[in-house]
Design a protein around this ligand. Structure first.
Ligand code: NAX
Ligand code: K
Length: 498
């Protein structure tokens, strides 16, 4: 086994909760002259807009301006663009409550303001405003930022819709308006941005679907916030994964590299066993033991597998178990595996068959890998509730089972039962939504567990490599799960080449 300890993951991407960002902002604001922080934000925002426009002079820019500081950022950035020769119009959702300093700055710079609803000067009125948005080169969404509650208010909905129809590039200020900054939930209409310029720190919603999809690409502007060491969310990057991958040393032999046991498949679902073994063979363990009724199918495809039909208890020593893929109703095997004193990954049918009390009582760590449907069944809620509130769901499950939980999906999340930062996988791809892809992941992550990674590292490194393998295998075309398994070595090389 490779004992791996891991310190600071310095290149990791982190996201902080809204309260944490607010606290850091307050502390910094107290030390800076009035308005300095907003000027930093506006300068970064204007620079990003200018990059996107290419040529600022003569461009048509429309600012969508709500009544808070998010609108203030947009107005000050608009003033900067107007000074560089852009034609800037601010559409004010609540003219009497718009940020006064920002509005004055925009007017001084030659920009103009119209009301979103009523007619305040030329170009006002709903139809005129929508036409303005549709004919713009750039739309800046400053409707609402971290002060937002619920989905977009009704008066802002037509503006978001016009921005979506428009050919204009859409830049969201801090967050796409209408998404939940803390959870990534989207209720009703939200602005769809090409670029989000976020200030001080990523917010969780920028990394979690469905909100993540609305953000487009994300650019972080450093405004000098001092943030706590532990973020709310963290996303591994190539360099982090490269340091965690178990690379054999000169003194390694197959037993020191770890043996992973796969208890999976049934007479009805032999394929799940083959795919889990396919993932496990490429996950870094020194050997793969297969236990179950699909031994013939496994050995035909992968002759290097150690096959046994005597049940997990008599299979010989392993450093980690994977149980559940294609297991059907074999509760006895799940129980036997959970009784073992080594790390266990529970997936698919195994999730249903694993009792919470038994999992909680285990001394060795457990990693559970449900997709949204399985998580919903375990929590006794609708699938839509899990998909809309992934962060809450993964934390709740981890707490209930006293286990590490990897919630699969468009953004895979990994939560530890002890609280702390939740990992979010940045390499996911929709091409992975294919039958058997989860079986490959379970074998891969189980193999990493056997090689000595912690449950959180095995889950997040497994998801990262699996996602990358999915992208490499797909390369823009549909793939089968076995293609994903076959692309895992290429994904490793890609990571280690960093
Ligand atoms: N606090 C700071 O130091 C800084 C804040 N900055 C900006 O300030 C923002 C936060 O400002 P605020 O606290 O004023 O809050 P926001 O501007 O995000 O939102 C508050 C306003 O939006 C309205 N609103 C709330 N929910 C809405 C919804 N669903 N639909 C439409 N309107 C809604 C509220 O009535 C309120 O007037 C950040 O997102 C960031 O853009 C930046 O200037 C950087 C510095
Ligand atoms: K916004």
């Amino acid at each position: 086994m490779l004992g791996r300890s891991y310190g600071k993951l310095d290149r990791m991407r982190s996201a902080y909760s809204v309260e944490t960002v607010r606290t850091a902002e307050r502390q910094l604001m107290a030390r800076l002259p009035e308005g300095a922080l907003m000027q930093r934000a506006a300068a970064g925002l204007a620079a990003a807009c200018a990059d996107l426009l290419g040529r600022v002079y003569g461009s048509r820019v429309v600012l969508l301006v709500g009544s808070g500081d998010n609108g203030g950022d947009a107005l000050y950035a608009g003033a900067r663009l107007a000074r560089r020769g852009a034609g800037v119009t601010a559409v004010l959702l609540a003219p009497e409550r718009a940020h006064a300093g920002g509005l004055a700055a925009l007017r001084r710079a030659g920009g103009r303001a119209v009301s979103a609803g009523g007619a305040e000067g030329a170009g006002g009125g709903a139809a005129g405003v929508e036409e303005l948005i549709e004919r713009a080169d750039l739309v800046v969404d400053g409707i609402v930022g971290i002060g937002g509650k619920g989905g977009l208010r009704p008066d802002a909905v037509p503006l978001a819709a016009a921005a979506e129809r428009s050919r204009a590039a859409v830049v969201a200020v801090d967050l796409p308006s209408g998404v939940d900054a803390g959870t990534g939930e989207v209720r009703g209409v939200a602005v769809r941005a090409d670029l989000t310029v976020t200030f001080g720190a990523h917010k969780p919603g920028l990394l979690i679907d469905p909100a993540r999809e609305y953000a487009g690409s994300v650019r972080l502007v450093d405004i000098g916030l001092e943030l706590p060491v532990e973020p709310e969310l963290e996303a591994l990057q190539h360099a982090d994964v490269a340091r965690l991958l178990p690379v054999p040393r000169a003194e390694s032999d197959k037993y020191r590299r770890g043996v992973v046991g796969i208890a999976a498949g049934s007479a009805r679902y032999p394929g799940a066993a083959v795919l889990a073994v396919a993932g496990a063979l490429r996950g870094g363990a020194g050997a793969v033991r297969y236990v179950g009724p699909a031994g013939d199918a496994v050995i035909t495809r992968f002759p290097e597998t150690l096959v046994s039909d005597q049940g997990p208890k008599h299979a010989g020593r392993v450093q980690a178990w994977v149980v559940g893929p294609g297991a059907g109703d074999d509760a006895a095997t799940v129980g036997e595996v959970l009784a073992a004193d080594v790390p266990v990954l529970v997936d698919a049918d195994g999730l249903r068959l694993a009792e919470a009390g038994v999992v909680r009582a285990r001394r060795a760590p457990t990693l559970m890998t449900p997709h949204a449907g399985e998580a919903a069944a375990l929590l006794g809620v609708d699938r839509a509730e899990v998909e809309g509130g992934r962060l809450a769901a993964v934390r709740e499950l981890a707490g209930r089972y006293g286990a590490t939980v990897l919630l699969k999906g468009s953004t895979t999340l990994i939560a530890d039962s002890g609280g702390g930062a939740v990992r979010v996988n940045p390499t996911g791809t929709a091409w992975l939504a294919t039958a058997g892809s989860g079986d490959v992941l379970s074998g891969l992550a189980g193999s990493l567990l056997a090689a000595g990674l912690s449950t959180v590292d095995a889950g997040s490194v497994g998801a990262y490599v699996h996602g990358l393998a999915g992208r490499l295998a797909a390369d823009g075309a549909p793939v089968g799960a076995h293609d994903v398994a076959e692309a895992v070595p290429e994904a490793w090389r890609n990571v280690l080449a960093e």
